[in-house]
Design a protein around this ligand. Structure first.
Ligand code: PGA
Length: 247
């Protein structure tokens, strides 16, 4: 059985003091959750987040990491620093990073390999643009992104990976894939993982992301292959995020 995982992607929102406030509000609201709960603040808020989440069931994730250990890479973030701050998960290859920060399938793969080598759990984002959906090539896009992201990943590491299927046209737009569409695409992603790792593909958790909120979470989470959610906008208010977590 795959344990559901609901992660909040705060993007470039919340200062350190706001981070402490939001996590403090969230703690009692999600304390009884069945799902694994993760929040992903900006990197400069991770220290505050870890302190605020102390003693709770809220795990901390980062939104990015670099694929080298250390060195002359101004502005980048190392796995070792994240680990020292108590970070467990890291979002890799979010469509906003692909769009605005030149992230490619190749850099996504390098980051995945480095994160796994260091003991961080990647949340790998894949998803099609609107034009690709209109051309009917959603499956081709997510299959390609998935296989390229997993290049060189050992079978033993598959259980440490989460994939987030996020149709780019659904992010921050209020539009969502129908639960059936999302489930079908996620099944296709699992099939692609299966072509590489056989029955290990049954262990990998695959989230849906893209305007997931309190109103649609239970329907999405009720689908056979959807193992969780990556939540943007609706993760920024404790009550809203708690409703998704307790779908
Ligand atoms: P959204 O963002 O929930 O605001 O659509 C999801 C994401 O980008 O991870």
């Amino acid at each position: 059985m795959r344990r559901p995982i609901i992660a909040g992607n705060w993007k470039m929102n919340k200062t350190p003091s706001e981070t402490i406030k939001l996590i403090s509000e969230l703690k009692p609201l999600v304390a009884g959750a069945n799902a694994q709960v993760v929040v992903c603040p900006t990197s400069v808020c991770l220290f505050a987040a870890k302190g605020a989440a102390e003693g709770s069931n809220i795990a901390i994730g980062a939104q990015n990491v670099f694929f080298e250990d250390a060195g002359a890479y101004t502005g980048e973030i190392s796995c070792d620093s994240l680990l020292e701050l108590g970070v467990e998960f890291v979002i890799i290859g979010h469509s906003e990073r692909r769009q605005y920060f030149a992230e490619t399938d190749e850099t996504v793969n390098k980051k995945v390999l480095k994160a796994l080598q260091k003991g961080l759990k990647p949340i790998i984002c894949v998803g099609e643009h609107l034009k690709e959906k209109e051309h009917g090539i959603t499956n081709e896009i997510v299959r390609m992104q998935t296989k390229l992201a997993l290049e060189g990943v050992l079978a033993n590491d598959i259980e440490n990976i989460v994939i987030a299927y996020e149709p780019v046209w659904a992010i921050g737009t209020g539009l969502t894939a129908t639960s059936q569409e999302a489930n079908n695409t996620i099944r296709e992603i699992r099939k692609a993982v299966g072509e590489l790792y056989g029955e290990k593909a049954e262990d990998i958790r695959i989230q849906y992301g893209g305007s997931m909120n309190a109103g649609n979470a239970s329907e999405l989470m009720g689908m056979s292959d959807i193992d969780g959610g990556l939540i943007g906008g609706a993760s920024l208010k404790a009550a809203d995020f708690a409703k998704v977590v307790n779908y």
